[in-house]
Design a protein around this ligand. Structure first.
Ligand code: SF4
Length: 146
């Protein structure tokens, strides 16, 4: 076990290897933390392995030299606002218009953020352009309509 960060990494690697091999049907994650921290980690391991799915999956690009926006707060805000969503969809938050839609073509819906605006896309195909201060609202609106 370990603290939240260290214990999550250890559990994901240790349990993930076994689960990926099809070994085990019961999962318990132990952390040196408030016990309420443990079920989300266990659930996250199952989701990453594609064994269980509940609610949306958020994918965000790691950013690179092409990134022209402060992507971290945008991704964090989308993650926060998706917390209560139960739709089993994949959502992408990408850092550039050139490669974002293509790199996230597996996502059901996403935004590719550029300087001052973003491209809303579905399955890699453009839907519409949105202003920078409307990125998260526009994405959430699109998700609500799906
Ligand atoms: S989507 Fe754009 S900014 Fe993000 S990693 Fe890919 S190329 Fe870089």
């Amino acid at each position: 076990a370990g603290t939240v960060r260290a214990g999550t990494i250890k559990s994901a690697v240790g349990l993930g290897v076994l689960l990926a091999e099809g070994i085990g049907d019961t999962l318990r994650v132990s952390l040196t933390a408030d016990p309420v921290e443990e079920p989300p980690v266990a659930w996250g391991i199952l989701e990453c392995l594609g064994i269980r799915r509940r609610g949306p999956e958020l994918v965000s690009c790691p950013t690179c030299g092409r990134t022209q926006v402060d992507l971290i707060p945008i991704a964090q805000e989308v993650e926060r606002r998706l917390a209560g969503c139960t739709k089993p969809i994949s959502v992408a938050v990408m850092g550039c218009v050139v490669n974002g839609p293509g790199e996230a073509s597996d996502a059901d819906v996403g935004v590719a953020c550029g300087r001052g605006s973003a491209l809303l896309f579905k399955h890699g195909k453009p839907v519409r352009k949105v202003a920078e201060d409307e990125i998260v609202d526009a994405l959430m609106q699109e998700i609500n309509n799906m």
